[in-house]
Design a protein around this ligand. Structure first.
Ligand SMILES: Nc1ncnc2c1ncn2[C@@H]1O[C@H](COP(=O)(O)OP(=O)(O)OP(=O)(O)O)[C@@H](O)[C@H]1O
Ligand SMILES: [Mg+2]
Length: 362
């Protein structure tokens, strides 16, 4: 059974078009993450799924039922926002129980669900406290607990961890991963700007840009085989290095020429009609290494060294003067600013895009 189906969903606020036709199927129990630049429409789409925003056109189905005109309370959905919005004068217990009391659940059922949610989220010691006596992470867990108590079919999260400090983000992210395991039948849709959250939590990531879907797929598929330049640049941090190139030789392997005149052979087939065309060449910072032998991809002067301990980032003045090439080397590396170095990359890790930004498939 399908959890959620979106068919050509569009949204406009008056003349302002925000979503331009979203087609997406989400399976029951799936964990889907929406990512994309600020303003691309992630929250709008989530709020439309929740029923908090009207659907301008298109069809939305939850559990096979058309829900375009079904009010939020009847959709079996719970949403957790970035600001947790707890009732300040109510205890943790009452915050979680509130929705069920309004819905007229029995005292016993309310108690069972609150205790169960508190157990999952390790909130038992805090049930009698007021929100002001909790840390940010604990408050966000109460907000999640309140949503769990509603026993939703679909769980929506809009950047739930972005107000937390780095350590709490990691801890709460792991709580959410566990929650997803415990609520295996519950469909979860999660909006984030955080690469690590997207990569680690998602069964599939949906990359949005300017109100359109760019690509949908499992995290590593998006990382290894981005459909286009937008996804290639968006997934991965630091972002993929992109350089303009010309296709010099086609066939089973493709030869390209970089701006500085150097040529690269790629394990990638192209049709002869591609000969002479302009495109873009991509290589991820972590796929570059200091060249051991004579076989190298490019040579450049190191302009900046960022030693982070676990990795060292080099900003190298490479074949494209305008933009430095970023190189991510594991561990601590003895490289100095001003040094000229040669860099190589595994041929199978190179990416090539056509003039329209679409990936040449292997
Ligand atoms: N009520 C509204 N009237 C007009 N435009 C709106 C309204 N609400 C949102 N928008 C516009 O819709 C677009 C999408 O907004 P949305 O909040 O969905 O973006 P987002 O992807 O969630 O961004 P962020 O990552 O910053 O949260 C934005 O350009 C925004 O200005
Ligand atoms: Mg948003």
């Amino acid at each position: 059974m399908t959890g959620l189906v979106l068919k050509d969903i569009r949204k406009a606020y008056g003349q302002v078009k925000v979503l331009h036709g979203i087609d997406l199927e989400i399976k029951e129990g799936e964990f889907v993450v929406f990512v994309g630049p600020s303003g691309c429409g992630k929250s709008t789409l989530l709020r439309m799924i929740a029923g908090l925003e009207d659907i301008t056109s298109g069809e939305m189905y939850i559990d096979g039922q058309l829900v375009n005109d079904v009010p939020p309370s009847k959709r079996g959905i719970a949403m957790v926002f970035q600001s947790y919005a707890l009732y300040p004068h109510m205890t943790v217990y009452d915050n979680m129980a509130f929705g069920m009391r309004i819905a007229g659940e029995s005292k016993e059922e309310i108690d069972r669900r609150v205790k169960s949610a508190a157990g999952i989220l390790q909130l038992e010691p805090y049930l009698d406290r007021l929100p002001k006596a909790l840390s940010g992470g604990q408050r966000q867990r109460v907000a999640i607990g309140r949503a769990i108590c509603r026993n939703p079919k679909v769980f929506l999260f809009d950047e739930p961890l972005s107000n937390l400090d780095a350590a709490l983000r990691v801890a709460t992210r792991i709580e959410i991963a566990k929650l997803n395991e415990q609520m295996a039948d519950t469909t979860m849709i999660y909006v984030t700007h955080d690469q690590v959250e997207a990569m680690t939590l998602a069964d599939r990531i949906v990359v949005l840009s300017a109100g359109k879907i760019e690509q949908v797929g499992p995290p590593l598929e998006l990382y290894e085989r981005p459909a286009n330049l937008f996804v290639a640049r968006f997934i991965g941090s630091p972002a993929m290095n992109i350089m303009p190139v010309t296709v010099m030789g086609t066939g089973d392997t493709t030869r390209i020429k970089l701006k500085d005149g150097s040529e690269v052979t790629m394990d990638l087939a192209t049709a002869s009609s591609e000969q002479g065309k302009a495109g873009s060449f991509g290589v991820r910072p972590e796929d570059l290494a200091i060249a051991a032998g004579e076989d190298f991809l490019f040579e450049g002067v190191v302009e900046i060294v960022e030693a982070l301990g676990e990795v060292t980032l080099l900003y190298v003045n490479g074949p494209v003067e305008e933009e430095p090439i970023v190189v991510k080397l594991p561990g601590i590396v003895d490289v100095k600013k001003g040094q000229t170095l040669r860099f190589s990359a595994d041929r199978t890790k190179l990416h090539l895009f056509d003039a329209a930004g679409q990936t040449y498939r292997r």
